[in-house]
Design a protein. Structure first.
Lengths: 553, 349
């Protein structure tokens, strides 16, 4: 049955055309990168394959393994405790376990490096207390592959926590009760029923965390762990070989692709795992004594180490350098960052509306495919996008410049690459998915029958947009703006590569200062990013506590 | 005086596929009609064409004598003054109950608008729900709010698209009766689309049975049940079995159950082979009757039993009797047919 878009508009073609064009444009970087698989890169590639490539692959795999173990242990454990048990502080942990999401991995890496350094507070205290000198004792090196896995786990476990917790909560008491009536104890029920039922959600959360791990550049670069992302940088800037960098990117994309498939499949399956129609909230297990204390500590640790400690350290550092650091330069950086993030958020919202309404009004297979494609960018690492943007933009710039010089004797210079256009374009490729998802979720709530109800009550289409769509979408639009804003603010590798000469942002500055071992001075910029990152986290935790109060009956 | 709604020879198609074919019927002011049929029969499409959401390929639709749909012309829904209650209700979640009901009253003065909202809330028995939001109401209450919202602008016609499908089966018939009462009091002309015949019987003055896009019969529930014009209607409405027989004269057919007679001629050639519709309530238990049958199955329904009986020839019929007639499965009992209406069709081979 045709669910009517606004009747006569159905035959309009500019809109679907715009949707398809946007999707094509945004998939350009990935297409370019994949296209380079077929270009022979010659000796450099042979050299890479013989020397560093095995390292890149091995380290990336080891890192993923470490992050998988870490995020699963923390994420599933805390999700189970907060949703199925009752112990002191549970209400607090339910939302505060999300706080580490506000902490970009590269920032937590700098902070821990400073804290655990030879000259840092921990080792200094140890020496003061024991009287040891340098070399007298062994101390774990945080700047290592296990260290990187730990840092990433500490800030990425909330993905697993969020989805797993939602899965546990959506499990009807009935299925769990059935297990109990069949003679299984509460622990056995957890292992045999609750956990397998939540498995698709756990896998979906894990694949998101692993995508972020593959995309990470700041942490591994700072810790000196050679992975794909650092390798791409090195091949491009160190060896000056864009084709080889593109081929490394394509290889990284292959890894990402596997994760996308994994996530899609799990999400798809998760939908069928709501077995019972009648939903009764779960009756939590009451924990007492040592068990209760253990549960509290287990939930406290991730919040403490993933957020409170590093944020406190950043605040402390910021305090010590406040006089010198908060100068006009800092304000300019902040203005750059905020302006860029705001522009990107607004642009992403407009494109998301174009695509979202496109799919709603003209649901042809081409439009649907286009919208789906445009939504895949979130999985593509920033480094890969940067490579995929640089190559075609430089090519266009050079071609245009040569043609203009030949024909008119004027040099156009660089119009696209090395300008904000390139940067904004890269942000769209990576973050459009975020606002698209939010806008589509909002649009999904406005069922076609609501449009029809409005029309049968005497409203024309544009009046309906104003009276029904705008108020119903308002929350989603704000959320979409906020999410992209914060993501852009935190983004490091693409900004680092694509920013115009002499144009700095907070994230880039924090990275540069930290790379120069000026950790304290990098703190104000880092702290600003973390503070901004708190906003969407608060939003998420608020929606969580709201969903807890309005239980479906 | 023209009818409130007149549908003349309307066909609707999606692409090359005709979904509704040559349907005609009319509703008088204050009358409640129903489009009844199995899913996929085109009833919702026809309703959406009356609302103005679908163009017609052939024929015309007129509201109060004014043509609103014909090939090449589809007056948009917002200019038709139709009210519609949707299957999913489609209440606006961001508006309170009062604002939902008042949504279609924007041209009225604030005073008149407030008065109308109050009146309608009283009519649907939710006098104090002004400030509540749709998600705070039960399914039945949301149902009434959707109804009040559609009735608020006093539409020419009220269209109800499977409005009770989200209501528990036990409450459905009762709610249908209540809604009928509300429509009566408002004097609204309405059309209901449903696949549930009890719902249709409970609400409608006239029912159209649609099958495969065509209107098979237009009449009251009583007529559809007792005088179906074809096999499709006979099969879709109520229960019953076709028993073979031979036409005796212009109003009698001889069958294994004896000679069955009706009040009107069946129009089949005398001496031809026919099939007669036997409803469960046309067959009575009578131990003195010479017509014998074996109980094959029985279903206890509280006030009555529904027996499946096998006749000597192997033909199985249904028999509904008051529940104090209790027979065991396998028992042989006597039965007597009694029908005021003879429904006979030519035999199929």
């Amino acid at each position: 049955m045709a669910t009517g878009g606004p009747g006569d508009a159905r035959r309009a073609w500019p809109w679907p055309l715009a949707v398809v064009s946007v999707a094509l444009l945004l998939s350009l970087p990935v297409l370019v990168v994949v296209g380079f698989v077929f270009v022979p890169a010659g000796e450099v590639w042979a050299h890479l394959a013989a020397t560093v490539l095995p390292d890149y692959i091995g380290n990336s795999l080891l890192l993923m393994l470490g992050v998988a173990v870490g995020t699963l242990a923390i994420g599933v454990g805390t999700a189970w405790l907060t949703s199925m048990c009752r112990f002191p502080g549970r209400g607090l942990f339910e939302w505060s376990l999300l706080l580490p999401m506000a902490m970009p991995a590269y920032i937590i890496a700098y902070t821990y490096t400073g804290m655990l350094d030879f000259a840092g507070p921990l080792q200094t205290a140890m020496r003061d207390w024991s009287g040891w000198e340098y070399g007298d004792y062994w101390f774990p090196e945080i700047r290592s592959l296990p260290g990187a896995a730990l840092m990433l786990s500490l800030v990425l476990y909330p993905y697993v926590y969020l989805l797993t917790r939602a899965a546990f909560l959506s499990q009807s008491l009935c299925v769990l009760d059935v297990s109990r009536t069949l003679g299984q104890g509460p622990w056995r029920t957890f292992a045999a029923v609750a956990l397998p039922l939540a498995r698709p959600a756990i896998v979906a959360g894990l694949s998101l965390a692993l995508m972020e791990t593959l995309a990470d550049y700041g942490t591994v670069q700072y810790f000196g762990v050679p992975t794909f992302t650092t390798g791409i940088f090195r091949t491009w800037f160190g060896l000056g070989n864009p084709p080889a960098a593109a081929q490394l990117s394509a290889m990284l994309l292959a890894f990402v692709f596997v994760l996308i498939l994994l996530e899609r499949r799990s999400r798809h399956r998760a939908r069928y795992y709501h077995t019972s129609q009648r939903h009764q909230p779960i009756r939590p297990i009451e924990l007492r004594g040592a068990a209760a204390t253990g549960a509290t500590l287990a939930c406290l640790a991730p919040v403490l180490f993933g957020f409170a400690l590093p944020a406190g350290q950043l605040a402390l550092w910021s305090w010590t350098v406040a006089d010198s650091a908060l100068d006009a330069e800092f304000l300019r950086l902040a203005a750059n960052s905020l302006g860029l993030a705001a522009a990107a958020a607004l642009l992403a919202l407009l494109l998301a509306l174009l695509l979202g309404y496109g799919r709603r009004l003209f649901p042809s297979p081409a439009v649907r495919l286009a919208v789906r494609t445009a939504g895949l960018g979130y999985a593509v690492p920033g480094t890969v996008i940067a490579v995929g943007v640089m190559i075609p933009f430089a090519w266009i710039d050079n071609g245009l410049d040569a043609w203009m010089r030949q024909t008119f004797g004027v040099s156009t210079g660089l119009l696209l690459s090395g300008t904000l256009v390139a940067l904004l374009f890269a942000y769209m490729v990576r973050f459009l998915a975020v606002s698209l998802q939010t806008v589509e979720a909002g649009l999904g709530k406005i069922r076609p029958s609501m449009d029809e109800a409005g029309r049968s009550l005497g409203y024309r289409i544009h009046e309906l947009l104003l009276r029904v769509h705008v108020p119903m979408l308002w929350g989603s639009l704000q959320t979409a703006l906020l999410l992209v804003f914060v993501d852009v603010l935190k983004e490091l590798p693409a900004t680092l590569i694509l920013r115009p000469f002499n144009f700095n942002t907070l994230a880039v500055r924090a990275y540069e200062l930290a790379s120069d071992e000026r950790l304290a001075e990098s703190a104000p910029a880092a702290l600003t990013i973390v503070a901004a990152g708190l906003l969407p986290t608060i939003l998420l935790s608020r929606s969580i506590s709201r969903s807890r109060h309005v239980e479906p009956t | 005086m023209s009818s409130q709604l007149e549908v003349s020879d309307v066909s609707i198609a999606y692409g090359a596929e005709a979904v509704v074919r040559g349907v005609s019927f009319a509703l008088e002011p204050g009358q409640i009609g129903c489009l009844l049929g199995p899913s996929g029969c085109g009833k919702t499409t026809l309703l959406r064409a009356i609302a103005g959401f679908e163009p017609v390929r052939q024929g015309r639709i007129a509201l109060h004598g004014v043509c609103v749909s014909r090939p090449g012309l589809t007056v948009p829904p917002e200019r038709r003054r139709v009210g519609m209650v949707f299957q999913d209700l489609a209440l606006f979640p961001h508006l309170s109950v009062a604002d939902n009901i008042g949504f279609g009253l924007r041209r009225a003065s604030a005073r008149a608008r407030g008065q109308r909202i109050d009146d309608l809330l009283a009519l649907i028995g939710l006098g104090r729900a002004h400030r509540q939001y749709p998600h705070e109401l039960s399914g039945g209450m949301q149902q009434r709010v959707a109804l009040a919202r559609a009735m608020a602008p006093r539409p020419e016609i009220l269209l109800l698209d499977e409005p009770f499908s989200n209501i528990d089966a036990e409450r459905r018939e009762q709610l249908a009766r209540e809604v009928r009462e509300m429509l009566r009091r408002e004097g609204v002309t309405g059309i209901l689309v449903t696949h549930d015949q009890l719902e249709a019987f409970a609400m409608a003055d006239a029912i159209g049975v649609l099958g495969d896009g065509a209107l098979h019969q237009w009449g009251s529930g009583f007529e559809l049940y007792h005088e179906p014009v074809d096999r499709f209607v006979a099969d879709f409405i109520g229960q019953g079995v076709l028993v073979p027989g031979r036409v005796r004269d212009r109003d009698r057919v001889a069958t294994e159950l004896g000679e069955l007679a009706g009040q009107r001629p069946h129009g089949l050639p005398i001496g031809s082979l026919a099939e007669v519709l036997v409803r469960p309530d046309d067959v009575f238990c009578d131990d003195s009757s010479p017509i014998r049958a074996v109980v094959v199955d029985s279903a206890f329904r509280g006030a009555e039993f529904l027996y499946t009986l096998r006749l000597a020839s192997g033909v199985e019929i249904l028999c509904m009797t008051p529940s104090h007639h209790h027979h065991a499965i396998g028992a042989e009992i006597g039965i007597r047919p009694h029908a005021n209406h003879l429904v006979a069709f030519p035999r199929r081979y």
